[in-house]
Design a protein around this ligand. Structure first.
Ligand code: ATP
Ligand code: MG
Ligand code: MG
Ligand code: MG
Length: 470
């Protein structure tokens, strides 16, 4: 029997516990005291202050399985085998303790001895100037030259502005020709799904200063990230992360609700995968206290939820359906994240209300957009007026990205500057209304529909999500 995702997570954490790492449960998706980030997107993100030396870690070695959201990958979701907007990142970290040698050797040990991945299918990449990492892979681990790929700064050097940064080294698994793009240049780093990157080791050994100098850190750090769904996909030997045990359970439910067959029509399959992915993101985000809104995190949540709702429409699902998927997500993730079970009813409610609200206008909005598209076609034009995109946003709840996506199918775009102008006008009106105390800026709050017990539970939760002190 192939190892399940939940078991894999445990294997990883147990392994690093045996290497004297402090194991901590996932931090919230909502960054704490960090204005630079909307949502946690990597295992190291909530640990930044430990890496920067601002806070002292509980131990110099740590390992986590961190909930992550990457909306930057949204276009890939459902199309590649390996991208999700929500995923779990396994990571081991060293705060000025061990470095490259241990990180690489333990990584290799875990993958080949514990997970029993065949060494001949494994490839690695290093940063082109990182001779040290190259030597470790080649001499200590015994990887042949052909299977160590040197990548440039874009791929294998981690830095954000100034501060700690350094080269990376990634481990890839060759899934075979049938997943390849067919190009003779196809190798690790290629965009296709043949050589699947699953574990990135970042060697934070420099401190970049204002003048662009890379100064060596006296105590370099280790930050690694391994996609749990990706390693599960490899171990379970399935086509994509959507077919691994846990996610498949949710996908099956989507298929069931849609009454469609999976694997018969690529377009329908993509929609099914998008819904499957987005409901995971949405469930976890609501659980971490994010509410749908028109700004910031709330907007990301709204956009994901509405995008999923629209794909439901596209494949013929009638009426609201997303909240019926929440239970499937919790069935497979509730054990690892008990907060999901604690908040199950609440999550269901928030999602049901938001979807219901969108359902009321989605048909009308779609019709109106169709009208705009036809007008543009008649005039032989390709750019939707910002004012019209704003109307869809403001009156019919279409996130701008949704409108853009639908237009894209027709090779059309939105005048985004025009959209911004309308948005600014709207903000101005709201500001004036508040100043004049007309109260016009306050629309009916949909969440007044939430019953009192749930609302008070939510308030309690705001406190509950505050960082659990280590
Ligand atoms: P890719 O090149 O495939 O987009 P990445 O280089 O952007 O991946 P990293 O930033 O190095 O990914 O993140 C560390 C690990 O997290 C990756 O090696 C991968 O296993 C996993 N990962 C990254 N993005 C995603 C995603 N969108 N969905 C699932 N897993 C992901
Ligand atoms: Mg990426
Ligand atoms: Mg990559
Ligand atoms: Mg990477």
């Amino acid at each position: 029997k192939k190892m399940g995702l939940n078991e894999l997570r445990k294997q990883f954490l147990d392994f690093f516990e045996s290497k004297e790492h402090y194991i901590r449960k996932s931090y919230s998706l909502v960054p704490e005291n960090d204005k630079s980030l909307l949502l946690i997107n990597a295992g190291m993100a909530p640990l930044k202050n430990y890496f920067m030396g601002i806070d002292t870690p509980p131990k110099k070695r740590m390992a986590t399985c961190q909930k992550c959201i990457r909306t930057g990958d949204i276009e890939n979701v459902g199309k590649t085998a390996r991208h999700a907007t929500f995923f779990e990142m396994l990571g081991n970290f060293s705060f000025g303790d061990y470095f490259k040698n241990e990180s690489i050797q333990w990584g290799w040990e875990f993958v080949t001895k514990y997970l029993n991945l065949p060494a001949d299918k494994l490839w690695v990449s290093v940063y082109e100037e990182d001779y040290e990492a190259y030597e470790i892979w080649n001499k200590k681990i015994g990887i042949s030259h052909e299977k160590i790929v040197k990548l440039g700064k874009d791929d294998n050097f981690w830095e954000i502005g100034i501060g700690p940064c350094g080269p990376c080294s990634e481990i890839y698994y060759d899934r075979g020709e049938k997943y390849g793009c067919g190009s003779p240049n196809c190798k690790p780093g290629c965009d296709c799904d043949r050589y699947i990157e699953f574990w990135n080791h970042v060697f934070t050994q420099f401190d970049k200063d204002e003048n662009g100098n890379y100064n060596s850190l006296p105590n370099p750090n280790i930050d690694t990230g391994m996609g749990l769904e990706r390693i599960a996909c490899i171990i379970q030997d399935v086509d994509s992360i959507f077919e691994i045990d846990t996610i498949k359970h949710i996908l099956d439910k989507v298929v069931d609700i849609s009454g469609k067959k999976y694997g018969k029509n690529e377009k329908i399959d993509i929609s099914i995968r998008i819904i499957t992915d987005h409901i995971r993101s949405v469930t976890f985000m609501v659980c971490d206290g994010i509410m749908p809104s028109n700004e910031g995190r709330g907007y990301v949540l709204r956009r994901l939820l509405r995008r999923a709702a629209r794909h439901g429409k596209l494949i013929g699902i009638e009426g609201a359906f997303l909240n019926r998927l929440v239970d499937s997500v919790i069935e497979v993730s509730g054990e690892a994240y008990p907060e999901l079970i604690e908040r199950q009813e609440y999550i269901n409610k928030v999602i049901a209300i938001e979807e219901e609200r969108f359902q009321e206008t989605i048909d009308q909005g779609s019709e109106i957009l169709k009208g705009y598209i036809n007008e543009l076609k008649e005039k032989n034009e390709k750019i939707l007026l910002g004012k019209n995109a704003f109307k869809l946003y403001d009156t019919y709840g279409f996130p701008l990205e949704l409108t853009k996506e639908i237009l894209e199918e027709e090779n059309m775009i939105v005048d985004e500057d025009g959209f911004k102008v309308e948005m600014e006008k709207q903000r101005e009106r709201a500001r004036n209304a508040r100043q004049n105390n007309e109260g016009e800026g306050w629309k009916e709050d949909i969440y007044t529909k939430l019953d009192e017990s749930i609302k008070s539970e939510f308030k309690g939760y705001e406190e509950y999500t505050m960082p659990s002190k280590i």
